[in-house]
Structure formats: structure tokens, C-alpha cells
Design a protein around this ligand. Structure first.
Ligand code: ADP
Length: 603
């Protein structure tokens, strides 16, 4: 009967070893001990099997049988020591510990005990019977087992609170079962089931006590948390870096634009244009890196709102015209007449997508035409916009089409080296289109031209009021004069104040400067203004706090306040509108945006 137990134990142990070692598991003291227990148990079963067979067979020499039995007893000693180490781990390990106190010392003591037992095993008397053995060596193991079980039970109950419940029960069950079996085996020595019971407990431990996959998931979760923290730190770093870079850029752009208005000296004009071009590419790069890092950190959110379609498309055409400068390119525009007047979607992202395609067409076309087409298909409240931008430019080689949307990838660098670019535009465009559940495709013939087509859905909005909130921006027109309108500019940075004053110069407004929220509040006590440009990031009192106090102290406060900030992380506009600002103006100040805002509030 004992033989059946040994054979089935052998079967389970082999399977368990195969399964355990074929899987990846965490490398810890606990798993190492568990792995040794598994291996040792298999060896024990083989030894027990052979010593049983040899003991019952008359053809095998007594010496061989004795060696097998002694090895088997040694195995039992090894198992006791390993199990003691395992109990020590589960009793004294806390989840944060990388190293368990005194564990290495205990391991060394166990090795010493094992070697002493191995030597003692050679000399200790042993009597062999048919199928079992007795004598001093066997008594010694029984004694050690009883001592170990006592120690295990004591430690388990003493550390009851620390031990995880699922570990506690099977081990106590094993100790009790092993105790009972030892007593039975002592009175019926041929009933050899001890090793099979050990297999059974290791089997239970595999599923309920020590599940390496669960530990792997725990470790992975920890790693994920770490990665998320790092990514958050990266986004925060980028946000502050953007702020830091945008502040001096604001000054560079403001003053060089001022030079264009102030001087007629050709050399200075030419240099100022170079400075403006370089600053604008730097700004584009900062914005691109910000966008891509936001997308990769899954922080990019769409902010849908109702918008005026015609005004939006017209403003894009106007921007494209200014970017064309004096290139000999014909800009053809065709918008489907059926496009609803008002749509619901993230208009700033839609503009970003289209502007990227138009800008690329302009950059990579020397002469010929650029065709900007928008068609629409309306189905219920869904409006599918089909936007296409075609050019007669450089074209893209077939083998390069796949690389087009990878970040920081620029094609044909030998030809395009003089064209400013970061290789981020199309990567961002594609991600934005995908976020809007749309599709982007490219058709291109090298040397002939390219066509980028974007299809995405927006929501239909019933058009009740045809009057536009923001009239389309007409560029290249002389700036409007807002004579005698009073504007208060608040910024802690003197250079920024000068820049704001300079860009407002052509509008003939009266500007007052304040270097802090406190100063602004003082000025507002005695004077009235038509508009306030209020920087947010100021020491002591931020723009948000200043505005809050102004509104709390004077419930009648009705001067329009525009948030002026270099913090260009997406979603900022919405944040400032929620904080009670009437508009948002990013630094470096964009002339077109400034014109729109002045038109909105000073008309
Ligand atoms: P960037 O224009 O800043 O280099 P993009 O991601 O917008 O980066 O474009 C990646 C590359 O794809 C460009 O460097 C250019 O080689 C190529 N490309 C993009 N649009 C066009 C186009 N309309 N015609 C020809 N090549 C283009």
C-alpha cells in the first residue's frame, strides 16, 4: 500500500517540478526555499521508492539497501531543516523587508546541522527489515521530527497575526497530519507514506501558500506605480521647463517683433526676422515635446465644446496664407456647402491637426498648388468631416511612408536640411486623429506631390443663433486702434511687462503696469480699466488668488480679466476659464490671439 503512495507522490512531484520550473518566478528567499523543497521532495520519493524495493528484494545486496535507506533518512533531515527555514520566513518576513533578519545565519546553522547529521548517519546503527528499517538512526530522525514540529507549531501560533491566513492553515494541517502519520508509522513501520504527504503539502503550498504568479503581479504593480510616478515627474518637469523656456522666449519674440515695427535699417530687419524664425521653431519644439509627452502619459484629454465651423476653417486659411509668405504657390480652398454651421468637438485639437497638415504642405512645396478641401457626411447627429490637404511638393518615397508618423523622424534630410522641423508634427497629428476615433491616410508620389486625408466625426449642433461669438480673424490688415482704452498689465517679471507693453503699442491703448497682485489691487482701488492682463505664476499672490480676492471684495467687479501665462500645458485654457478668468493668452503672446482678445473685449 505504501508503494502506491510513493508512486503517486512521484507522479505529482515530477509534474509540480516541471510546472514550477517552466514558469518565471520572483527570486526571493521564499521562492528559493520552496524550489529546494520541491527538488528535495522528488529526490526523497526516488530514494524511498528504491529503499522500499531493495528492502523487499532478496537479490539486492544489503549494503546497497543500507546506503539507500541512510540517504533517505538524510533526506528527511534535509526536509526538516528546509521546512524550518520556510516557517522562519513566513513567520518573520514583513512585506517591505528585502532581507529577513538573521535568516542568513540560520541558513548557515542549518548547513552545519545537516553536515553533522550526514557524518553521524554513517556511524549510527540501522537495522533493515523487509520494506522498512529501524534502529538508532531512525529513532534519531523521529526525535528530530518531533522537535521540529513542536518548534514549527510554537512559532506559527506565536506569530499568528503576522502570517497570511492562506499560508497558516495548510502548514498547520501538514504539521498535524505529519504528527499523526509519524505515530502510525512508528507502530506500523512498513506503512511508508511520509514523503507522499510531504508532496501533498508542497502541492497545496504551490496553489495556496506560495503562488509565484501572484507575487509577480504584486511586483509588476509596484513597478507600474514607480513608472507612473516617474512619468508624472516627467510631465511636471516638462510643464515647468515649458514655463521657464517660454518666459525668455516671450521677451525675445516681443522685442524682435518690436524691432520690425521700429526700424527701417535693412540689416537689422533681416537679423530680427532670423531671430523671430529661430524663436518660433524653438517654441514649436517645446510645444511638440509637451504634446507628445502628454499623449504618451495618457494625459491628453479632448475638451469638446460647440464651435463655429466656418469661422474655424476661415481662420485656418488665414493662417496658411501668412505662412505661405511669398512662395509661388496657389492656395485652393473648397469647403462643402453642407457642412453644418455649428459643430460639437475639440476645436483646438481639430485646428492643430489641420494646421500641421497645411504647414507641412507649405514647408515641403516649392511651387505649384496646395489644395485644402473639407467635405462632410451627416448621419443623424454625427457629422463626418473629410479633410484633405494636397500639394504639388517634394512627395514621399513609398518606402518612407511607414516611417512618416514616427516621432522625431524627418525624411530626406539631405534635401530638407534647410526646412525647419522637429519630426514631431505628424506623430502628434496621428495620435490626435486616433484620439478622436478618426483615421489619417497618405497618398504620395515622389517628386510629384502628396495628399493627406483625415476623416473624423464631430457632433451636429442645431444652429439657432447665426451671430458669431468670435468673428473670423482677418489678417494682414492694419491693426485696429482702441484709442484711450485702459489696460492694466500685471506680471512679476519686468521684462514681460515691457514685452506686453510693446505688443500693445500699435493699438494706441493706455497701459498701466503692476508687478504683483497686491500692487494691482492697490491700483484698482483708485482707477478703472477696460481690460486686465493678469499673469498667474507670481510669487506671494498668484493671478488666480488675486482674481478671487478682487471678486470677493467687490461683488460688482466686472472688468474682463485675461489669464496671461507661460504655462502652455493642454487644458490650461479650460482651467483658467473655470477659475473665473474671461480669456486665456499664452506667452509668448501670439499677435493674432491678442487681436482677437482685444476685439472681443474692447470693441
Ligand atoms: P517635421 O515637418 O517637423 O519634420 P513631421 O512629423 O510633420 O515633422 O513630418 C515628418 C517628415 O515627413 C518631414 O520631415 C518630411 O520629410 C515628411 N513630410 C511631411 N509632410 C510632407 C509633405 N506634405 N510633403 C513631403 N514630405 C512631407
Amino acid at each position: 500500500m505504501g508503494m502506491y503512495f510513493i508512486i503517486s507522490g512521484l507522479f505529482y512531484s515530477t509534474m509540480l517540478n516541471c510546472v514550477y520550473h517552466s514558469k518565471k518566478h520572483v527570486d526571493s528567499d521564499e521562492t528559493r526555499i520552496f524550489s529546494s523543497l520541491l527538488g528535495l521532495n522528488l529526490i526523497g520519493l526516488i530514494l524511498e521508492l528504491f529503499s522500499s524495493i531493495f528492502g523487499q528484494s532478496n537479490n539486492v545486496s544489503v549494503l546497497l539497501s543500507a546506503i539507500m535507506t541512510r540517504f533517505y533518512i538524510l533526506y528527511l533531515m534535509g526536509f526538516l531543516l528546509l521546512f524550518t527555514l520556510y516557517i522562519y520566513i513566513i513567520c518573520y518576513k514583513t512585506s517591505n523587508d528585502k532581507k529577513i533578519l538573521y535568516f542568513d545565519a540560520l541558513k548557515k546553522v542549518s548547513y552545519v546541522i545537516f553536515y553533522i547529521a550526514a557524518v553521524a548517519m554513517i556511524f549510527m546503527p540501522l537495522r533493515l527489515h523487509s520494506g522498512y528499517a529501524d534502529g538508532m538512526a531512525v529513532d534519531f530522525v523521529y526525535l528530530c521530527s518531533a522537535a521540529c514540529m513542536g518548534i514549527w507549531l510554537l512559532s506559527m501560533f506565536k506569530n499568528f497575526r503576522r502570517i497570511k491566513k492562506q499560508k497558516f492553515l495548510p502548514i498547520v494541517l501538514f504539521i498535524v497530519l505529519a504528527g499523526i502519520m509519524s505515530i502510525i508509522q512508528r507502530s506500523h513501520p512498513s506503512f511508508t507514506v511520509m514523503t507522499a504527504i510531504q508532496t501533498f503539502v508542497i502541492f497545496l503550498m504551490f496553489f495556496t501558500i506560495e503562488n509565484p504568479d501572484v507575487k509577480m503581479i504584486e511586483e509588476l504593480n509596484l513597478a507600474k506605480d514607480e513608472a507612473l510616478k516617474a512619468s508624472k515627474a516627467k510631465t511636471e518637469f516638462l510643464s515647468s521647463m515649458s514655463h521657464e523656456i517660454r518666459t525668455p522666449l516671450n521677451a525675445i519674440l516681443g522685442f524682435s517683433n518690436g524691432l520690425l515695427d521700429d526700424t527701417t535699417e535693412p540689416k537689422i530687419l533681416e537679423d530680427a526676422k532670423y531671430i523671430i524664425d529661430a524663436s518660433e521653431s524653438l517654441l514649436e519644439l517645446v510645444n511638440g515635446i509637451l504634446d507628445i509627452s502628454k499623449i504618451e502619459a495618457n494625459k491628453m484629454e479632448l475638451v469638446p465644446a460647440e464651435y463655429d465651423t466656418e469661422g474655424t476653417l476661415d481662420s485656418l486659411v488665414a493662417l496658411a496664407k501668412t505662412r505661405l509668405k511669398d512662395k509661388p504657390i496657389q492656395l485652393k480652398v473648397s469647403f462643402d456647402e453642407d457642412i453644418p454651421k455649428r459643430l460639437y468637438g475639440d476645436v483646438s485639437r481639430l485646428k492643430q491637426i489641420i494646421l500641421n497638415l497645411l504647414t507641412n504642405a507649405i514647408k515641403y512645396t516649392e511651387r505649384g498648388f496646395i489644395e485644402f478641401k473639407v467635405d462632410s457626411i451627416t448621419k443623424g447627429d454625427r457629422v463626418r468631416l473629410i479633410i484633405s490637404v494636397e500639394d504639388s511638393g517634394l512627395g514621399i518615397k513609398k518606402e518612407d511612408i511607414d516611417k512618416l508618423f514616427s516621432k522625431f523622424t524627418r525624411l530626406e534630410l539631405n534635401k530638407n536640411i534647410s526646412i525647419e522641423g522637429t519630426g514631431l508634427g505628424l506623430a502628434i497629428t496621428k495620435k490626435l486623429v486616433e484620439m478622436m476615433n478618426g483615421k489619417i491616410v497618405v497618398q504620395s508620389e515622389y517628386g510629384v506631390g502628396s495628399k493627406f486625408i483625415v476623416a473624423l466625426d464631430q457632433e451636429y449642433v442645431e444652429c439657432k443663433d447665426l451671430q458669431l461669438e468670435n468673428p473670423p480673424i482677418i489678417l494682414n490688415k492694419k491693426v485696429k486702434s482702441f484709442d484711450n482704452k485702459k489696460i492694466l498689465i500685471v506680471d512679476d517679471n519686468k521684462l514681460n511687462l515691457k514685452v506686453a507693453e510693446k505688443v500693445l503699442g500699435p493699438y494706441n491703448v493706455i497701459t498701466t503696469l503692476a508687478e504683483s497682485g497686491v500692487e494691482a489691487k492697490e491700483i484698482l482701488k483708485n482707477d478703472s480699466f477696460d481690460l486686465i492682463l493678469l499673469d498667474d505664476m507670481m510669487p506671494n499672490k498668484s493671478g488666480v488668488e488675486t482674481l478671487k480676492e478682487l471678486k470677493e471684495e467687490n461683488p460688482m467687479f466686472d472688468i474682463p480679466v485675461v489669464a496671461l501665462t507661460a504655462n502652455a500645458i493642454n487644458g490650461m485654457k479650460e482651467k483658467y476659464l473655470n477659475e473665473g478668468f474671461d480669456e486665456y493668452l499664452a506667452k509668448p503672446i501670439d499677435k493674432v490671439e491678442l487681436a482677437r482678445i482685444l476685439n472681443k473685449f474692447l470693441n
